[in-house]
Design a protein around this ligand. Structure first.
Ligand SMILES: [Zn+2]
Length: 459
């Protein structure tokens, strides 16, 4: 109780000095769930209107300073609950869109209906029955290029462990919003949709906005892959923001993904006479042991590190008393820019020799990288600095996003990955997102959209 009150006093004093707030955040980059933090961040975000609403911000700051700490805590909880982007996140979490094994159609139509009501042109795209992606567009003067926001609406399954909360109820506890897909990445989708709807009436006269909410990302960008070319032909895009979970810190790239199915074959025989067969499982086991020591022999990237390799599964054998004649393993390889996937595959074939008979890729996504000196990246760094309280550092992500297919489709446009979710909560049991980061993301996205329009309006 005492500690909490102190925190509140500190935060309230910092209210008019955003740089100080960030100095505290930088140490962990992960705001705590205490309600005082929530109140300060929420009110700062609400008061901000593209950096122009100084009077309202000042009024918010004054109001915060004059109320008691208990009231601040209660108000924060209420404010976050009433926030439209948090409310939309909870609606999206309640719509199951598990992949594999589910459908994104209901989620896509929920977002499409909402954006249609705000005057956006909507298009639905099914890459398979019920596997629906949706795009929304508004504005787009001839000769200009749109700002694109992208994300995925599918989630991974719940996993085998029990959850301590209902994964589809959008429960809010201690400033954390729980649910499958809340961080990865329904909060990010809700944030950019909320920002776009709030600015909808101002979007017609300008370069335009394109929103992409894709199905099937978790299993290798299945939804965005056919979508990219089609949308690129209709909507010239100038830059892209992918709202994957980054704690609201902009990232300039991620590694590529090269998923391989490796098959070892043998000869079946009775389990009591194994000398008459060739055990495919033994061959696969030898291959796996060798893979653990595989050296990609690639120079480390300053921000993405090296390539990585993980054997994800191994299937072999049907019954205990037969020698298995086929073993299949799937290998997850992540690659840094400059790595040729064809060469990686050839390297595995040579290295594993007779222990593996075939190596076939089933996901092949290049890495993503935008030069941090690119003017759009620098603009994103400028515009997010007041919200973060410090200038972002150049950084990248270990996992892939839809940018792997959308960025090349749009002509290698500068791309930033920036979203409110917790990176480390992705795919976890009891997944959560710190709720007050969601309205901050909305305010950041609004600032980016308004800036994109301002820059395009310059002669
Ligand atoms: Zn994701």
């Amino acid at each position: 109780m005492e500690r909490s009150a102190n925190l509140c006093r500190i935060r309230l004093r910092f209210q008019s000095r955003p740089g100080d707030v960030g100095a505290r955040r930088r140490r962990g980059d992960r705001p705590r769930g205490d309600p005082c933090v929530g109140a300060t961040w929420y009110l700062r975000a609400r008061g901000r209107d593209g950096g122009t609403d100084h009077a309202r911000r000042a009024a918010d700051a004054t109001r915060v300073r004059t109320i008691s700490t208990d009231t601040v805590g209660a108000r924060a909880a209420m404010s976050v609950e009433a926030d439209p982007a948090v409310a939309l996140t909870r609606e999206l979490v309640a719509i199951r869109s598990i992949n594999p094994g589910g459908s994104e159609a209901e989620c896509a139509h929920h977002l499409g209906d909402l954006l249609a009501r705000a005057g956006f042109e909507i298009g639905y795209h099914d890459f398979a029955p019920g596997r629906t992606s949706v795009h929304a567009a508004r504005g787009g003067r001839a000769g200009t290029r749109r700002l694109c926001f992208a994300g995925h609406i599918d989630t991974v399954p719940l996993g085998d462990a029990d959850w301590s909360v209902d994964p589809f109820a959008g429960e809010l506890h201690d400033g954390k919003l729980y649910g499958r897909g809340v961080s990865d990445m329904k909060a990010g989708i809700a944030a950019f949709v909320t920002a776009a709807v709030a600015l909808a009436d101002r979007l017609d006269d300008g370069p335009g906005l394109l929103l992409i909410m894709a199905a099937g990302e978790e299993t290798g960008c299945e939804g965005s892959r056919p979508l990219g070319g089609e949308l690129a032909a209709r909507f010239p895009v100038g830059a892209m923001v992918v709202a994957e979970p980054t704690y609201n810190l902009p990232k300039v790239g991620h590694r590529g993904a090269f998923w391989l199915r490796m098959v070892s074959t043998g000869k079946t025989a009775h389990g009591s006479m194994p000398e008459l067969g060739v055990n495919a499982l033994y061959k696969a086991s030898r291959a796996i042991a060798k893979l653990e020591d595989f050296d990609f022999n690639v120079a480390r990237h300053p921000h993405l590190g090296g390539n990585s390799l993980s054997v994800g599964n191994l299937h072999a054998g049907r019954n205990v008393n037969s020698v298995p004649d086929r073993a299949v393993m799937e290998v997850d390889v992540r690659t840094v820019p400059g790595v040729d996937h064809v060469r990686v595959r050839e390297g595995f074939a040579q290295y594993l020799g007779e222990d593996v008979q075939s190596i076939e890729p089933f996901v092949d996504l290049d890495s993503v990288w935008t030069d941090p000196d690119d003017p759009f990246v620098q603009r994103v760094f400028d515009l997010t600095t007041p919200f973060l309280g410090h200038r972002p550092e150049v950084a990248a992500l270990p996992f892939f996003t839809d940018a792997a297919v959308l960025k090349p489709a749009f002509g290698e446009v500068p791309t930033v990955i920036l979203g409110p979710g917790d990176t480390h909560m992705a795919h976890q049991t009891d997944e959560f997102c710190v709720a007050d980061r969601i309205p901050v993301a909305v305010a950041m996205y609004r600032a980016l959209i308004e800036d994109w329009y301002r820059v395009a309006a310059r002669p």
